[in-house]
Design a binder for this molecule. Structure first.
Ligand SMILES: Cc1cc2nc3c(=O)[nH]c(=O)nc-3n(C[C@H](O)[C@H](O)[C@H](O)COP(=O)(O)OP(=O)(O)OC[C@H]3O[C@@H](n4cnc5c(N)ncnc54)[C@H](O)[C@@H]3O)c2cc1C
Length: 370
């Protein structure tokens, strides 16, 4: 018996567990033999408010205090480090630039329009003939994802949560006002289940007899190329058309094609054609002359049909809570949505800091699909 069962040990599951554990007994079940094996361990590790669905931006803003000052004893060092993000546009991309600039101002991230001269000062490797203008978000930062995940695990465990690895959930049944969660070895009864299973979200719902949301996992590949110490102060550089990005990572550059290719839940591997195309595009836009790759990986960014997060109780199945559809923003928003899902499971009002940041639970509620 446990008050709450959380399914999934990625960032979403541990964020839920950390926020629920002070209020009741929590059991987190993860099918893999290690936590963060899937999408959480494969991100680009950025905190960029002006990115993703409209509903995720307040959650990113609300996550900032935790990321800047995690609770005492939960982290051994800072979770964020300075970076900045620079969107670059060529002559033909003025409309996209205007759109992102509008969003940037509205999102409260302090974004501003920058001219080519300033852009070249920030990133001398940009080709002057390819840039007509840009947007700079000074508050964008790198996240130490492993440390953030670990901080949430420490908070959860410190409050008594039990985390079981190599424990796939194989069945879910509503019995009276409780849920019975089955694994190959045991059953656990609880009052609420949190479905934080990422790309598997609709499959977990199917086990519970709950109608799917229509979640779509999308492949995205990232790769490292050898760099140089002089790159280390550059901001992340993003094409406004979302065709490529790169950012320094130590003395390497982390690069991506920004592709979105539908996939089944699983453990995807990189397609070297995507890597080659990203290199071609980045080389066209810069003087980097990338020729070799030191490592590459692919993760699944999972989206709801409207590309907003899905957070809250399933209206057709009381006690079954969704925490899925984080797409490309699930790391930076995790302290915020952890607090939101906990309030919903506990039947509490929207926490004040989330309300102040502009979070609107109706926009992320699964009810919008029913
Ligand atoms: C290339 C790339 C770049 C990205 N960059 C960023 C970024 O810069 N900033 C950002 O905020 N986000 C970024 N993201 C997105 C972010 O990584 C995701 O939104 C986030 O990791 C999703 O976390 P999750 O916990 O929902 O999923 P996951 O980490 O996939 O966790 C789900 C877990 O559920 C488990 N599970 C599934 N089925 C079962 C079952 N039956 N029983 C038990 N366990 C089960 C899985 O094993 C898995 O561990 C990026 C993603 C990619 C791929």
């Amino acid at each position: 018996m446990s008050d709450f069962v959380v399914i999934g040990g990625g960032i979403a599951g541990v964020a839920a567990a950390a926020h629920l554990a002070p209020h009741g007994s929590v059991t987190l079940l993860e099918m893999e033999s290690s936590l963060a094996f899937h999408t959480t361990g494969r991100s680009a590790a950025l905190f960029v408010v002006n990115y993703g669905g409209r509903a995720s931006r307040p959650l990113a803003l609300a996550s900032q205090p935790f990321l800047e000052g995690p609770p005492e004893g939960s982290a051994d060092g800072p979770l964020l480090s300075d970076r900045g993000a620079l969107w670059v546009a060529d002559e033909g991309q003025a409309d996209q630039l205007a759109l992102i600039a509008g969003d940037g101002v509205a999102s409260g991230a302090g974004s501003r329009i920058v001219q080519p001269d300033e852009m070249l000062e920030m990133v001398p490797a940009l080709r002057p003939e390819r840039i007509a203008g840009g947007i700079y978000e000074p508050t964008a930062r790198d996240i130490d994802v492993a440390a953030l995940h670990q901080a949430l695990v420490r908070i959860a465990r410190g409050n008594g949560a039990e985390i079981r690895l190599s424990t796939p959930v194989t069945g879910l049944a509503a019995i009276g006002n409780r849920w019975r969660v089955s694994t190959p070895d045991q059953t656990i009864d609880c009052t609420a289940v949190v479905n934080a299973s990422g790309a598997w979200g609709d499959r977990i719902a199917a086990l519970a007899g709950v109608e799917p949301i229509g979640l779509q996992p999308m492949r995205r590949t990232a790769f490292m190329v050898p760099g140089d110490q002089s790159y280390s102060r550059w901001p992340m550089v993003v094409d406004v058309g979302d065709e490529w990005y790169f950012r320094p990572d130590g003395v390497q550059l982390l690069c991506s094609l920004c592709e979105e290719k539908p996939a089944e839940p699983g453990d995807p591997r990189p397609d070297m054609e995507d890597v080659a195309l990203a290199i071609e595009r980045i080389n066209q836009a810069t003087t980097l002359q990338i020729r070799s790759v030191s490592s590459q990986w692919t993760g699944l960014r999972t989206f709801a049909p409207d590309r907003e997060l899905v957070i809250g109780e399933e209206p057709t199945a009381p006690g079954f809570f969704w925490l899925v559809g984080q797409g490309g923003t699930g790391i930076m928003t995790s302290p915020g949505y952890g607090a939101l899902i906990a309030a919903q499971v506990l039947g509490l009002p929207l926490p004040e800091d989330l309300a102040r940041a502009g979070a609107d639970p109706a926009r992320t509620s699964p009810t919008r699909f029913r």
